[in-house]
Structures are given as structure tokens and as C-alpha cells.
Design a protein around this ligand. Structure first.
Ligand code: URA
Length: 187
């Protein structure tokens, strides 16, 4: 089965999965991952926000525009990467996903990683870093470092929403993404 079809099947199944439904997600849209299914670089965020919920696309609101601009300024068009979230429904009032929600969705993100099979994954912020790497890590301490799990390289980096509140962290964000891009094909 080709990758696009495998992802479609995964998302179609997940959309209807009763274990992923919760009263907190009532009325919310499922927001699947998007991008190049053969991407070498993948980004994983936390959960969709309001704009993402409305349009059912990840990272297209303010934080998403910042992420897109940063990668495109580094000559990597957005449509060449794959972008997804741990939790696929927008939590109420944009709260941080609960650990039981992260747990319920973890299997899906692991399948997405397996299907896309990127060289490097950038984990955007603490929620996705904790979900994938397991331990509770402070982003400021681990950002830009490479972690290898089952031969998959992961790099925690700042979440773009953090940069909207803390623009001083922007050079570090750009550096981490630039380093990740430079590592591609040198894996
Ligand atoms: N923040 C996220 O973590 N994901 C999105 O899709 C948008 C904002």
C-alpha cells in the first residue's frame, strides 16, 4: 500500500475511533497530519488551535505561519515537509492536552512516523517532546539535541507559539531548524 493511502486509512479509522472521543472534543474536527509523505523532515506539535480546527489543517494559524515562514526562509518549502500533531482534536480553550489524551493518541503518531519514515523529526515544544521521548524535559535544556529512539532521530525545539510570546528565543528556533535541515542526508 502506498504511503498516502496508508495515512488516509489511519486517519479515517482514527476519526471514528470511540477511544479518541471525549466530551471535551465534542463538535471539534479531526485535524490530520499533512505534507509530503516522503518528507525527510517531520514536525510534530501539540494539538490543533482554533484556525486548525476550522480548516482541518495543522499549523495554519499564527504559530503555524511562523513555522512555515521559518522553514521557507531556510529554502525548504512547507509542502516538502510533513507536519502533524500529537492530539488531533482541539482541546477546550486551547488547554494543554491531558496526559490521558496524549496516551490515547500516541499510537496514531507512532504509525504516522512509521509510514512517513522521515530522517529527522523536530518535536515542537514540551508536550510532543514528552509524548515521544517519554521523560518530562525542559525544552530550554534539550532543544537542539539529538535523541535516537529505535533508530529514529528526534530533535526537540521550541514550539512556535512560545516564540510569539518570547520573540527573543527566535534565533535559537531558527538555528535548531537550520541544524536539523543540515543534518539531512548526512544521517
Ligand atoms: N499548535 C500546535 O501544536 N498545533 C497546531 O496545529 C497549531 C498550533
Amino acid at each position: 500500500m502506498n504511503k498516502a493511502l496508508s495515512l488516509k486509512k489511519l486517519y479515517d479509522k482514527s476519526r471514528k475511533n470511540p477511544n479518541l472521543q471525549s466530551p471535551d472534543f465534542k463538535g471539534r474536527n479531526f485535524v490530520p497530519g499533512e505534507g509530503n509523505v516522503d518528507a525527510q523532515l517531520m514536525f510534530i506539535g501539540e494539538a490543533p488551535g482554533k484556525t486548525e480546527d476550522i480548516h482541518q489543517r495543522p499549523f495554519i494559524g499564527r504559530a503555524g505561519k511562523l513555522l512555515t515562514k521559518t522553514i521557507e526562509d531556510l529554502n525548504l518549502p512547507r509542502d516538502q515537509v510533513f507536519i502533524s500533531n500529537i492530539v488531533k482534536f482541539r482541546p477546550p480553550n486551547n488547554r494543554t492536552p491531558l496526559s490521558k489524551e496524549v496516551k490515547a493518541f500516541k499510537e496514531i503518531i507512532l504509525k504516522e512516523i512509521e509510514i512517513v519514515n522521515p530522517q529527522i523529526i523536530c518535536l515542537l515544544g514540551a508536550t510532543s517532546t514528552k509524548a515521544i521521548l517519554g521523560a518530562d524535559k525542559k525544552i530550554s535544556e534539550v532543544r537542539g539535541k539529538i535523541f535516537k529512539i529505535d533508530n529514529q532521530k528526534m530533535i526537540p525545539i521550541y514550539h512556535p507559539a512560545y516564540l510569539l510570546r518570547n520573540p527573543k528565543a527566535m534565533p535559537g528556533f531558527i538555528k535548531d531548524i537550520k541544524d536539523a535541515i543540515n543534518r539531512l542526508n548526512k544521517a
